[in-house]
Design a protein around this ligand. Structure first.
Ligand SMILES: C[S@@+](CC[C@H](N)C(=O)[O-])C[C@H]1O[C@@H](n2cnc3c(N)ncnc32)[C@H](O)[C@@H]1O
Length: 309
């Protein structure tokens, strides 16, 4: 049953994406309720499977899970060891499939003709949030020469790589040295000189507070915070719903008069504060910003925010 669905999805998705130079995509997104997984393909060789089961649904799903692994091996002609399982199973019988030790298995994959370093084994996320592929596509096709992009909570800076390939000069802010180093590697992999771009280790919230009075203004800001964040190096914890008004207000002060802020987040229940809607010109671009290979059209909320001139 699952094999046929995977075949159908592969046929529908792969050819379209290969033509645009993309080799990572969502093959399966909980299409069949009895097979509650998300399956992502990374290049010709690797697959990540995310079980999305709760304890009730878990029961009796062991056979389905093994059937899915077999189907992936057959369909993609890859060894079982190239199917990487993320997340946690609630059912005992399935726990044997969970990752036992760290393995630092990395590959380079192409998206829209650009190279990205992917870590298949050591973190919950791989280094590339595929749900923002359409936004990266928009950036690669834009004319960015002479324009400045600020990427807050930049993670591995895939958005900045796409922008830099179109000529943007980027400033990338993240709390984590690991992700800033990974960002630089992504730039190098695309022969984009890192000396033209900035990589700043700071809390995005503190960076904004420090910079709002500066004359350094941006044409574009990409703000993609986690739902929640807490770290010793932060004055206080960050929660997207509670803190988005302050952060967006500060971003708007850092924009040029015709600049655009792109604000995204993954909190399912997130509601944009209504006073922001009165102060700025805000367009909800969530639906159009989600890739065709994602069935979950609520994977993120995405807003385009401009000053009212
Ligand atoms: C891009 S966000 C998460 C994006 C995605 N919307 C999600 O919810 O999974 C993850 C990044 O934010 C960084 N981060 C977390 N709190 C931060 C903070 N206060 N300032 C700057 N970066 C932060 C993390 O180090 C990580 O690289």
């Amino acid at each position: 049953m699952i094999l046929n669905r995977l075949k159908k999805n592969l046929k529908k998705t792969k050819l379209v994406l290969i033509k645009e130079g993309t080799e990572s995509f969502r093959l399966y997104d909980q299409d069949i309720p009895e097979y509650p997984y998300v399956i992502d393909v990374y290049g010709e060789e690797h697959v990540i499977i995310w079980p999305r089961m709760n304890s009730k649904m878990d029961e009796g799903k062991e056979d389905h899970f093994m059937e899915t692994l077999d189907a992936l091996v057959e369909l993609l002609n890859i060894p079982r060891s190239h199917i990487h399982i993320k997340g946690r199973f609630k059912q005992k019988g399935l726990k044997q499939y969970e990752k036992i030790k760290k393995q630092k298995q990395t590959i380079i994959i192409k998206e829209l003709g650009l190279n990205y370093l992917i870590n298949l084994t050591d973190y919950l996320d791989t280094g590339l949030f595929m749900d923002h592929r359409p936004f990266r596509k928009k950036l690669t096709k834009s004319q960015g020469t002479g324009l400045k992009l600020l990427n807050l909570f930049c993670y591995t800076s895939s958005i900045s790589v796409a922008a830099a390939s179109a000529g943007y000069i980027t400033t990338n802010v993240d709390l984590s040295n690991t992700y800033l180093e990974w960002s630089k590697e992504n730039f190098r992999l695309n022969e984009l000189s890192i000396s033209n771009h900035q990589f700043i280790k700071n809390s995005a919230v503190t960076y904004l507070q420090q910079e709002i009075t500066s004359d350094n203004k941006f044409d574009l800001i990409f703000l993609d915070p986690p739902t929640f964040s807490n770290s010793k190096s932060m004055d206080k914890e960050f929660e997207v719903e509670q803190d988005h008004v302050q952060v967006i207000t500060n971003c708007m002060l850092l924009l040029k008069s015709n600049g655009v802020l792109y604000f995204s987040n993954n909190k399912k229940s997130f509601k944009l504060a209504s006073d922001l809607k009165e102060k700025y010109q805000i367009k909800d671009i969530s639906y159009q910003s989600i890739p065709k290979d994602f069935r979950d059209k609520k994977i993120h909320q995405f807003y385009e925010i401009r000053k009212i001139l």
